[in-house]
Design a protein. Sequence first.
Length: 216
Amino acid sequence: MERLRGELAEFVGDVFASVPRRDQRRWGECYLRGLMLDGRRKSIQPMADRLPDGNMQALQQFVNQSPWDPLPVRRRIAQRLCEAISPEVWVIDDVSFPKCGTASVGVARQYCGAVGKRANCQVAVSVHAATDTASCPLDWQLYLPREWTDEPDRCRKAGVPQGTGHREKWRLALGLLDGLAAWELKAPVVVADAGYGVSTPFRLALEERGLAYVLA
């Protein structure tokens, strides 16, 4: 990690250039180092324990409470990733996160790809840039099951923004593609599995956007 500090400093200076305060950029760099270090758990407390300059409260505030806009950061990361691998396709897929409890936003008993069956988990819709030798996420959005939007108090307690409703996964995928297009990134070919391919509105929306696609 020490050998890569110079490259990491350049990366942080670029992708966090939109973040207004120096202390926020500092903790952004610290958080990234925590993600890169060995260790199975990548939540705030174990990362702070592994980092020589880790501070759980400061890292928690940077991620959850610090008033900076994440969208310009995500945009710059997506741009750098596309520049680095020159993707041949964009892959739309579900990413699942097994969970034990019921408090995490969007957690429900649903199909969980991480374990290959229905289980208690969160699910996000993602767009990955891919080649034969590389893959990297460009953007993603958490899926909110209808059972959550049927319980406003549950949403409020979990911090779900007011007015957020249930949206089908294919609609989330279209929103991600539109967002990436607004970031001046163009999909070479869109690839998705049958979960998206069976949706006629999704296929028609891709054609309306002039996107080439392959759907199982």
